[in-house]
Design a protein around this ligand. Structure first.
Ligand SMILES: NC(=O)c1ccc[n+]([C@@H]2O[C@H](COP(=O)([O-])OP(=O)(O)OC[C@H]3O[C@@H](n4cnc5c(N)ncnc54)[C@H](OP(=O)(O)O)[C@@H]3O)[C@@H](O)[C@H]2O)c1
Length: 247
């Protein structure tokens, strides 16, 4: 028996990288997947990949930072599918720069996407999920939210905020049997990290006890676990998937 047989999952940022890997791994485990990303082209491509695995899929182009757009999409999704069992708040961006020179726009874009986006999406589905008295919320934070990083005060604040959000929502939703957990990926090979300078990558590699960068599939395996029946007694936790970088 597959671990997520006939579950319906919404995955934000499903168009590429970690979100795409989660969407595909969920489908391989028997789930149907609503793929949400900024651009229609990317979410549609991944939805087609999910269908090729024999599961149902829907593609949405939504900016998670916009509460209005998220509410409209959630209404449509719930009207069409009737329920959502798993919510993965994975959409995220970086706008790195030293604090002294950071613009309001770079701060706001990162906080509004990474933190408010998770709030917008969770809020939009919360009534339906709580009514079901079963469900899983998985928030993709980062090791940077645990230890900070020079040049990423906006990103670190958004990801640390997401941990507080996870713990608070876990306490709120627990009485209804809905768990809320976070995954903190370390350095994972995706478009987000592809642009980093080779010197910086070498420096990061030295801090990873397991001696290599993570793959998007490593994060997807952890998401499957947190969504699976085996994790029914796990809530409010942050699971680092980082090769031992933070311990
Ligand atoms: N890669 C790492 O090393 C690493 C480490 C720790 C944590 N993380 C976290 O893991 C998550 C995924 O990262 P990734 O490396 O897979 O990133 P990625 O390859 O850059 O993909 C990001 C995805 O998020 C979507 N997205 C961005 N802004 C959005 C918005 N406003 N509304 C809706 N969708 C939006 C993008 O949509 P489009 O495809 O349409 O552009 C894309 O599908 C992020 O939250 C990131 O912070 C990554």
């Amino acid at each position: 028996m597959k671990q997520l047989e006939n579950q319906i999952a919404v995955v934000t940022g499903a168009g590429r990288g970690i979100g795409r890997a989660i969407a595909l791994k969920f489908a391989a485990e028997g789930a149907d997947v609503v793929c949400v990303s900024r651009t229609a082209e990317n979410s549609e491509k991944v939805a087609a990949e999910v269908r090729a695995l024999g599961r149902r899929a829907w593609a949405y182009a939504v900016d998670v930072a916009s509460g209005e757009s998220v509410n409209a999409a959630a209404e449509k999704i719930l009207a069409e599918l009737g329920r959502v069992d798993i919510l993965v708040n994975n959409a995220g961006v970086t706008r790195d720069g030293l604090l002294m020179r950071m613009t309001d726009a770079d701060w706001d874009t990162v906080l509004n996407t990474n933190l408010k986006g998770a709030f917008n999406v969770t809020r939009a589905f919360s009534r339906a999920v709580l009514k079901q008295r079963a469900g899983r919320v998985i928030n993709i934070t980062s090791v940077i939210g645990l230890i900070g990083n020079a040049g990423q005060c906006n990103y670190a604040a958004s990801k640390a905020g997401l941990i507080g959000f996870t713990q608070s929502a876990a306490r709120e939703f627990a009485a209804r049997g809905v768990t809320v957990n976070a995954i903190a990926p370390g350095f994972t090979e995706t478009d987000m990290t592809a642009e980093l300078k080779p010197e910086l990558k070498e420096q990061v590699l030295k801090q990873i006890p397991l001696g290599s960068f993570g793959k998007a599939e490593d994060i997807a395996h952890a998401a499957v676990f947190l969504a699976s029946p085996g994790a029914r007694y796990v809530t409010g936790q942050v699971l680092a998937v980082d090769g031992g970088m933070v311990m």
